[in-house]
Design a protein around this ligand. Structure first.
Ligand code: PMP
Length: 290
């Protein structure tokens, strides 16, 4: 889903109509996927978890030795300005920082000026009924980026292996794919973190299993503590998924999505479970305040 509005996009300090929002074909974001980004939500006119998103973006940039030319406060102001210009109080926000225009070689030192972009729009990642009935996923053959190649903690513009996994999902007639890590343990899905529930305990892979440290994931871990539901970050094997009582995914766009089938096997009784429902409700209340 995308809004029909004549959207304004923020590029390097200017709001321009969507049709005129363009970057150079020499931008290394395009040529090499050299850059970082954030997916953020605006709920009731307020940026959700702004500090966590800014920290992850600036840490990702630091890790790839990219200096973002504006401060986190300036970027927050740009997001608010863009949402306001498009009359959004509830929307998805994409903040992107590319290495900027350079030459046709790899060397980022030849890209003098990073480009900062803010897009606000509507997004619907999964059909409505998915949230009621649950979703089927498959395990992809493509693994999550090995941390020794590029840390999955960096939210970079390189999503090609996730995209190949997503194609495996759509080929199999499902919306999302689980990616394992180099050791064969569970990492995360192509654009969401994964949680399972076993014997009343909520389990999710650890950072060292090679995942993006999702902002929604962190909120769910906090909500578990508040609701006194035991939540443990630990290495999970595919076997654990198959014998889990419940499973759900988390992400900024997706929020909390119940998973009821993995690789053709029903999870629990094949319907969204009680702990998933409780956490999903708690998340909605926390994010939307209702
Ligand atoms: N993993 C990956 C690979 C992602 O791209 C995302 C973001 N869509 C997530 C997990 C979820 O992170 P967040 O909750 O911060 O959106």
């Amino acid at each position: 889903m995308s809004s029909n509005k004549d959207l304004k996009i923020w590029i390097d300090g200017e709001l321009v109509p969507k049709a005129e929002a363009k970057v150079s074909v020499y931008d290394h974001g395009l040529l090499y996927g050299d850059g970082v980004f954030e997916g953020i939500r605006l709920y009731n006119g307020k940026i959700f978890q702004p500090d966590a998103h800014m920290k992850r973006l600036y840490d990702s940039a630091k890790a790839i030795r990219l200096t973002i030319p504006i401060t986190p406060d300036q970027l927050i102001a740009a997001i608010n300005q863009t949402a306001k210009a498009n009359s959004f109080t509830d929307c998805y926000v994409r903040a992107i920082v590319t290495r900027g225009p350079g030459y046709l070689g790899l060397n980022p030192n030849k890209c003098p000026k990073p480009v900062v972009i803010v897009i606000t729009d509507l997004i619907e990642l999964y059909p409505r009924e998915t949230y009621e009935k649950g979703m089927a996923i498959i395990t992809a053959t493509v693994i999550r980026t090995h941390p020794n190649a590029l840390s999955p903690r960096i939210k970079s513009l390189n999503y090609l292996n996730n995209i190949l996994a997503k194609i495996e999902a759509t080929d199999a007639g499902v919306n999302e794919a689980l990616m394992l890590n180099g050791e064969g343990n569970v990492a995360e899905c192509t654009a969401d973190n994964i949680f399972i529930i076993q014997d009343g305990r909520v389990l999710t892979p650890t950072t060292s299993d090679g995942i993006l440290e999702g902002i929604t994931r962190a909120v769910i871990i906090e909500l578990c503590a508040k609701l006194q539901i035991p939540c443990i970050e630990k290495t999970i094997q595919r076997h654990d998924l198959y014998i889990a009582d419940e499973c759900f995914l988390t992400g900024t766009g997706a929020e909390v999505v119940p998973v009821t089938k993995i690789d053709g096997r029903s999870i629990g009784n094949g319907t969204p479970g009680p702990i998933t429902r409780r956490l999903s409700e708690a998340f909605h209340k926390f994010a939307r305040g209702g």
